[in-house]
Design a protein around this ligand. Structure first.
Ligand SMILES: [Zn+2]
Length: 397
């Protein structure tokens, strides 16, 4: 009991800090009085915890003048230039690394391809010096890197920090990426599958910043998703919540890597569209044929868009989000059809929500995954600031 009590109190303290940090992030500048009202914490607790957060370097005071009487008011906001975060996106054929401040502003970035490299160790050997350069640069600016976020094709095991059996990603099965990077750099490492990382990018830095319920869908070589409910990315019993690519669209259709038949991914992903077209193996060529008004390509596109509308309608009815965000490598090709897609989906949902639902495109383009990797670390900082800033050992997270 004498041991448990301080740990318990420490947890309450950290949870209260987290509530305060989330409010400061949402409001981009807030007074202590407003914090007391919004968090329902006592003014003494808000005073003490904000003071400690200032000492940790995470937030700072700034003065605003109240318009009517010109009186100065003290507000709190993030010290975004005190720490840095590195976001690492490893895809099946490329990588992207970004060094950002706490607000996700990119300070440095580097990308390259990994075509033909199938051993994880070789890919990490390739990017390790680049990561080290970023860590050294951040130190030279007096803004230490507080963690590495990794976006990678799933499924992954978050507890053990390793990949499970990602399809079309040979050599990565059961690879312990988290511990490998932790050992190499002595920093905390967090991994998330690319679709869910992309959802976090929107949650913290993009369209979902002030939205409690959102659905992110990424369309590319596969179709993935991430569901944010009450501000949190939902995991589900097996970390498979929001695997939107595996809803059945074609009864008794093609066998999918997940074991089901006729998943949306089998017809709506880039390989799915090319299989349906069955004329070439390049998505650029497919859309070129569409723009040349080749009747077969046009019909394939119509079927693809119809599937997308059916999927969006089903997913809206399943998750009831305020906003659906679409991204991924395929999205730029579909962007020009979005007005029609929006209107068709809205025709198929309850009339009283038609004007409320927003269907938007992802904020960060081809850097969505890397930004999501950064958001993963930022979210951890908001959830567990004491652990992130006051303990050195990466294993203690
Ligand atoms: Zn499937």
């Amino acid at each position: 009991m004498t041991i448990e009590k301080p740990i318990y109190l420490q947890k309450i303290k950290q949870d209260n800090m987290s509530v305060i940090l989330q409010q400061i992030w949402e409001h981009e500048g807030i007074s202590r009085v407003e914090l007391v009202t919004l968090t329902k914490l006592t003014s003494g607790t808000v005073t003490n915890l904000t003071q400690e957060l200032i000492q940790l370097g995470l937030i700072r005071e700034f003065a605003t003048s109240s318009s009517a009487i010109g009186r100065k008011r003290v507000k709190l906001k993030y010290n975004t230039d005190q720490f840095m975060i590195i976001g690492i996106d490893i895809s099946r054929t490329s990588y992207e690394l970004i060094l950002t401040d706490l607000a996700g502003q990119v300070i440095n970035s580097v990308e390259g391809n990994t075509i033909g490299i199938h051993q994880p160790e070789k890919i990490l050997d390739l990017i390790a010096p680049l990561i080290q350069n970023m860590i050294t640069y951040a130190s030279s600016k007096g803004m230490p890197v507080i963690g590495l976020g990794v976006s990678i094709p799933g499924p992954i095991d978050r507890k053990s920090g390793q990949l499970l059996t990602p399809p079309n990603f040979p050599g990565w099965e059961n690879f312990p990426i988290t511990s490998t990077l932790e050992k190499r750099f002595g920093l905390r490492v967090f991994i998330e599958d690319d679709a869910r990382a992309s959802a976090l990018a929107e949650r913290w830095y993009g369209l979902g910043r002030n939205v409690q319920n959102s659905l992110f869908i990424t369309m590319g070589m596969g179709i993935g998703g991430g569901v944010i409910s009450r501000g949190e990315l939902v995991e589900g019993a097996n970390g498979l919540y929001g695997q939107v690519g595996h809803i059945t669209l074609i009864p008794n259709g093609l066998l999918c890597a997940c074991g089901n038949r006729g998943c949306w991914e089998t017809v709506g992903s880039i390989p799915g569209i090319l299989r349906r077209w069955s004329v070439g193996d390049s998505i650029d060529d497919f859309f070129h044929a569409v723009h040349q008004e080749d009747p077969h390509a046009v019909q394939c596109l119509k079927d693809t868009l119809s599937d997308l509308e059916s999927a969006l309608t089903t997913l809206f009815n399943t998750y009831d989000p305020e906003i659906i965000v679409l991204g991924g490598r395929l999205y730029p090709y579909l962007a020009m059809y979005m007005d029609d897609i929006r209107s068709h989906v809205k025709d198929r949902i309850y009339s009283f929500v038609r004007d409320r639902l927003r269907i938007e495109n992802a904020t960060f383009g081809s850097s969505q995954n890397a930004k999501g990797a950064v958001a993963l670390v930022f979210e951890r900082l908001l959830t567990a600031p004491l652990q992130m800033l006051t303990t050195d050992n990466a294993k203690e997270k």
